[in-house]
Design a protein around this ligand. Structure first.
Ligand SMILES: Nc1ncnc2c1ncn2[C@@H]1O[C@H](COP(=O)(O)OP(=O)(O)OP(=O)(O)O)[C@@H](O)[C@H]1O
Length: 381
């Protein structure tokens, strides 16, 4: 993305040049831009039963999320990028350098594992310094670098703490600092928020989003959680059975899911609007109260499972977000029902078949839909 902006700038500077020369210069700049970032086709076979074959491309600054059901091949893709499993076929180029034969420790790649894998006997500082040390830095230089990264992560006060004294969110930031301290050209994050409880997750997700936004190279993350993917990534790649079944910008994938699994997974309620503190005025819709405190254009997302439905207007409910809607459609998946609602706000709600029967939901029925502010996530658009 930074390249695109840079090229535009260069093209503007050249506004007075010969048209042909200008076109040539732009073409050259484009070609150079394509040489930056990730260009991979990952083919990995696990015996006769599983074959991964996915193509991933990304520009520096892009955050790509790999989404998919259990066993889809997300972790295998991440491990192939890291060099922990060999490619059966395909290629892996990073900034135009072939990496498929480069051993893992020599790849310019930082990895944040799901359970962080911090060394329990080392302080936070030495955990972070481990990265630069492995890349050949001297002890003092590695520690100085580590101290800078911990400060950037607001963890300077925890430099001498052992991992067991850190909260889940702090441990995650130490792991992120360790991965970033090697100044990787590719950052890999395996379920970066999975180990955290719901409340911590909200804060850590927002922080991680900021760090990823500052990160100038390519980041690839694996997640099961559509909200994480929507908030953290600017490109989603949905994998099923070792194949890419859909990819694109999060809002496009959410609006036009191509498979049933994706529809279930990313069927987030996602809106655009303008924030003023904890209130977001949705474009062409009502205001919604959110947990985040923001200003200006934002996206607001919440999963259908966060919506509670009531036949009568709930009294004494603390939910500020309450809308009168009509049931436009009902779809049953196993023991879950997804209700499509239209009205003050168009939204999807998930409930159990029992709850749907108790509410006597049927197309045309009028319901009240409520969502707690803490179940929403707002982020700059
Ligand atoms: N080392 C291995 N040897 C043989 N088969 C493997 C190996 N690792 C993974 N598999 C198989 O490859 C397939 C893809 O697994 P993978 O872990 O990449 O999926 P995933 O999308 O990350 O799933 P999950 O969300 O459950 O972590 C599965 O069928 C798995 O059993």
């Amino acid at each position: 993305m930074s390249d695109t902006t840079g090229n535009k700038h260069k093209a503007e500077e050249k506004a007075g040049a010969e048209p042909e020369a200008e076109v040539m210069a732009e073409a050259a700049a484009d070609a150079a831009a394509l040489d930056d970032g990730l260009d991979a086709r990952l083919v990995v076979e696990h015996g006769a039963s599983f074959r991964l074959d996915v193509t991933l491309t990304a520009r520096p600054g892009d955050v790509v999320a790999l989404l998919g059901p259990n066993g889809a091949g997300k972790t295998t893709a991440l491990r192939a990028l890291a060099g922990l499993v060999p490619l059966t076929a395909g290629h892996l180029r990073l900034d135009a350098v072939e990496l498929d034969r480069t051993p893992p420790e020599e790849r310019p790649i930082g990895v944040v594992f799901q359970d962080y894998l911090l060394f329990p006997h080392l302080s936070a500082l030495d955990n972070v310094a481990f990265g630069p040390r492995c890349h050949g830095a001297g002890k003092a230089a590695a520690r100085a670098e580590a101290a800078e990264w911990l400060a950037r992560m607001d963890l300077a006060a925890y430099a001498s703490a052992r991992p067991r004294r850190l909260s889940g969110g702090q441990a995650q930031r130490v792991a992120l600092a360790r991965a970033l301290a090697v100044r990787p050209r590719l950052l890999l994050l395996d379920e970066p928020l999975a180990a955290l409880d719901a409340r911590t997750r909200l804060d850590v997700r927002a922080r991680l989003r900021r760090h990823l936004a500052d990160f100038a190279a390519v980041a690839v993350l694996v997640t099961h959680d559509p909200l994480d993917a929507m908030v953290l990534a600017d490109h989603l790649v949905a994998i099923e059975d070792g194949r890419v079944v859909q990819q694109g910008a999060p809002t496009d994938v959410a609006r036009h899911p191509r498979t049933d699994y994706i529809a279930r997974l990313v069927g987030l309620n996602l809106y655009r609007g303008r924030a003023r503190g904890h209130t977001v005025d949705l474009d062409g819709g009502p205001a919604i109260t959110v947990a985040d405190d923001l200003a200006g254009p934002v996206c607001v997302a919440f999963p259908p499972s966060a919506v509670t439905l009531h036949r009568d207007r709930p009294t004494g409910s603390s939910a500020r977000n309450l809308w009168r809607c009509a049931v436009a459609g009902l779809e049953t998946h196993a023991d879950q029902v997804r209700a499509e609602l239209t009205g003050e706000l168009d939204l999807a709600a998930d409930l159990t078949t029992t709850a749907a029967a108790e509410l006597d939901l049927h197309p045309g029925a009028t319901v009240w839909a409520a969502v707690k502010a803490t179940q929403t996530h707002a982020y700059p658009a």
